[in-house]
Structures are given as structure tokens and as C-alpha cells.
Design a protein around this ligand. Sequence first.
Ligand code: URA
Length: 196
Amino acid sequence: MENMDGPRVTHCERCPALVESRSRIVNGVGPEDTDLLIVGEGPGEQEDSEGEPFVGRSGAELDEKLGQFGIAREDVRITNCVRCRPPENRDPTKEELGNCRGYLEHEIELVDPELVMTVGKVPTEHLLKRDVAVTKEAGSVEDCRIGGESRTVLISVHPAAMLYDRSQEATFESTIEEAAALIGAGGNDQSRLDSF
Ligand code: URA
């Protein structure tokens, strides 16, 4: 894949505004052969400075909730729809999402996860290609085609949503619990995805 070495983007200048605002390209982290791939929106300030997705405050919330349901951060892959920090943390534009889409599709193809969990509105709508009321639909599973393959997507609220509205915590927790059940994590070795 052009500009990539395995699941990593090595160089890219497709989005002039992001080339300007980024310190570096932030690639996905975690094993390349894992059952769960978590997809966020794009790097924030902390991620841009450390070069790793979800290492700021929302990353700490994500790690804690994963751990609560027997999923270690190190055992899953975590990536983003765009790999360069947008200026002032604005949402990535449609064009920027499109420019980065092939990289995400290639990463998903290589990792070939049992389950893709989208956290937040931007990644959920980007992958499902429809409008999504994330708070309402969180915890639901949908099959969709990504890069020519059928994938199972679990919709989640973004962990940052909990930071602003603690009432979203229960929604986030039950979605992570559902992810753990679907991949058979936390001592539940019979993946429910086998029966899909
Ligand atoms: N939010 C995201 O969507 N991705 C990150 O990497 C960090 C925060």
C-alpha cells in the first residue's frame, strides 16, 4: 500500500491543513493479530506529542474501562480515522477523512479483527456511512462492508463524552462489557461472534 509499511503510514502530505498542524503522524498501536480494533476520530494534543492514539485523558478513561471488563490495552489494537492532529482539535473534514480512509481500510484488512468498535460519532458515521445518534445506538452491533470485506461494528460513545457528562459512563461501560462478551475476553472464552 502506497505510503505504508504494514499498518503504519510512513509519510503523507495529502491534507495541507493537517500537515501544518501535526507534529507527527500518529499510527495505530497494539498487536496486528487481535480480535478487537478500536477506532477513534483523530489524535489530540497529547497523542500528537507522544505519537500514540488515546494517551490523553480520554485514553485513561478508555484503558480503565477496558481493564474493568478484562481487556488489557496491550491486547487490542487502537487507531484513528485520521492520523494527523487537526488544528485546535476541530473535527476532521470529509475530505481529510477520505484522504485517510485507504490507510484505515488497509490496517483493518491486515489486522482482520473479529470486532471493530467505533468510539464517537465521527468514526461511527465514517465506517457505517450513515447518520448515527451515537448515544442512542451505543452498544448495538451492525455488519457493514469496509474495504470490500464484511465487518462487525460495535457502536460506542467516545470516552471523552464521560468527561463532560458522567451520565454517559454507564452507556460506555455497558458497551465495553458487550465488546468483552463478543470477543470472549475476561475469562469468557466462547466468543459470541461465533454465533453471528
Ligand atoms: N480521541 C480520539 O478520537 N482519538 C485519540 O487518539 C485521542 C482522543
